[in-house]
Design a protein around this ligand. Structure first.
Ligand code: HEM
Length: 499
């Protein structure tokens, strides 16, 4: 026998096993799942080996970016979730599409959505972030599972219970007042001034988060936020391409940039932690709870990365859309101002006790979160064969929850689903899974109380000091850049209120 015969045979055998595994996961499993769901009446754009429907996603997304809305409308699903929107007309609202070779089953029925998000069997879990997204979020709450998630969540929860959140009202008032003074000075002798509130609210929510959750000076956190913004852009670029395992380890230009940004972000957070350790901490803040709760430093860094992003981004977007809506719907701006002036009469500074008196403001915030919910979709995964409603869902199927589409559904919200009508929130919500901007179930947003408190205080303070309208330079173009954002900023004209 030739001396190389055996090694060559081994290599060939190994290659054959790899090929079989490859064919099994790229062809056999996807087509099997597709057949299984097709038999139950679930249709979709069809599986393409390896790439799935990535080409369609890219094409629709690029088309959206190049096509601002022709006229102002709150009917935005076709921009925010373009593929899903297009496919619903072809295949129905409950459908199957493909992210690479991963099946995604989109659900539209609130009862089924509730069943998935509230499932306690442990067989439906949150989808793990891709390693690329981990560089942005860190391996914190958003991406943790099981026992580790439960430990982190228990440690972080006390920072966001209502009493603790209310204690942060003075910090929110102080930071907001500084911004409003800046606008006031900017107007000076003029009649009005244009402000891109998207930029302003990013800075304001970052400052508030630094002071409250991290108990630190904004200057310390500022650089971390800037790096996170940079990382968000890089992550977005990467997420729009097909994920190829191992590619992120190649020293490409973008990969190197991502590594550097991540290393620098983590270094800065580590500095914050060491300062916190030295000073003994501030028992009110999240950072202290995590650190003194016994988490290893590396896990605290991960969690800080998560909160620096999640706590700033969505709040800034939420406030931005609220202002855009009130700038457009003057009648509601007037109603909200009347309420604010009544609740905070005699120049009273907004305080925690009167938050619940801001009923109309609360309804407006809800309506803004319904029409322009910052997080457009949620992803879960079946780890075993499961039943959702009447459907048999095979293990390995991801479940896609189209939050924006649900919030805009005429079947759920009636013929005026795409109208701005805060009055609809005068009644309790129709169904737990008809309005869920913060998610529902055990993974519900931990910062919900905090975000709504910020929304009420900041909006009340703006309404007391200024009237505002959309600037002619504003172009309505909602688009999904990780969150639902105004593509060209949100230019608003502010006027000082007389008297
Ligand atoms: C209007 C503002 C906000 C919106 C719309 C929002 C929305 C969401 C949504 C939809 C989820 C996912 C729920 C799920 O997977 O089922 C989430 C999770 C999360 N949010 Fe928020 N969020 C907001 C503000 C905040 C703030 C202010 C913070 C922190 C200060 C925060 C921190 C988090 C964290 C850490 C998670 C992961 C929770 C877990 O999986 O245990 N969010 N948020």
């Amino acid at each position: 026998m030739h001396p190389f015969f055996l090694p060559i045979l081994m290599v060939l055998l190994l290659l054959l096993i790899l090929l079989i595994k490859f064919i099994y996961s790229i062809l056999w499993v996807p087509y099997k799942i597709q057949r299984h769901l097709y038999k139950q009446g679930i249709r979709g754009p069809g599986y393409r080996p390896i790439v799935g429907n990535s080409a369609a996603f890219k094409q629709e997304y690029d088309a959206t970016l190049n096509k601002p809305m022709a006229f102002f409308s709150h009917d935005i699903v076709h921009r925010v979730d373009p593929c899903y929107h297009k496919w619903t007309f072809m295949y129905g609202k409950t459908m199957l599409f493909w992210h690479g070779s991963t099946p995604r089953l989109a659900l539209a029925d609130p009862e089924m959505i509730k069943e998935v998000l509230l499932n306690k069997s442990g067989h439906i879990v949150k989808v793990k972030l891709t390693p690329l997204a981990e560089q942005l979020f860190g391996k914190g709450l958003i991406d943790l599972h099981g026992e580790k998630w439960s430990i982190h969540r228990k440690l972080a929860n006390p920072a966001f219970v209502m009493d603790r959140v209310k204690a942060w009202v003075p910090e929110v008032v102080e930071s907001t007042q500084e911004v409003l003074n800046k606008w006031e000075n900017g107007i000076g002798e003029r009649n009005e001034m244009e402000v891109d509130v998207l930029k302003e609210f990013h800075i304001l929510s970052a400052e508030i988060l630094s002071k409250t959750a991290f108990g630190s000076d904004f200057e310390e956190g500022k650089h971390i936020f800037e790096l996170q913004d940079q990382q968000a852009m890089l992550t977005l670029e990467a997420l729009r391409t097909i994920y190829i395992p191992g590619f992120r380890f190649l020293p490409t230009r973008d990969n190197r940039m991502r590594w550097n940004v991540e290393t620098e972000t983590r270094r800065l957070i580590k500095n914050l932690i060491y300062r916190e350790k030295k000073t003994g901490g501030n028992s009110k803040c999240l950072l202290s709870l995590l650190l003194w709760g016994g988490l290893p430093v590396e896990e605290v860094i991960d969690e800080c990365q998560t909160f620096y992003f999640a706590g700033k981004e969505a709040v800034a977007i939420f406030l931005t859309w609220t202002l855009v809506l009130l700038a457009l719907h003057q009648e509601w701006q007037i109603k909200a101002r009347e309420e604010v002036l009544q609740v905070y009469s005699n120049d009273k500074v907004p305080n925690a006790d009167s938050l619940s008196d801001l009923k109309i403001v609360g309804m407006i915030l809800n309506e803004a979160l319904r029409l322009y919910n910052p997080v457009p979709d949620l992803f879960m995964e079946a780890t075993q064969n499961i039943k959702v409603g009447n459907l048999d869902v095979p293990a390995g199927t991801q479940i896609y929850v189209p939050v924006t589409a649900t919030h805009h559904s005429t079947e759920i919200w009636g013929a005026d689903a795409n109208e701005f009508n805060p009055q609809r929130f005068a009644q309790p919500r129709k169904h737990l899974a008809s309005f869920f901007p913060f998610g529902i179930g055990s993974r519900i947003c931990i910062g919900q109380n905090f975000a709504l408190m910020e929304g009420k205080i900041i909006l009340a303070m703006i309404l007391r000091q200024f009237s505002f309208a959309l600037s002619p330079s504003y172009v309505h173009a909602p688009v999904t850049f990780l969150t639902v954002q105004p593509q060209f900023g949100a230019q608003i004209l502010f006027r000082r209120l007389s008297g």
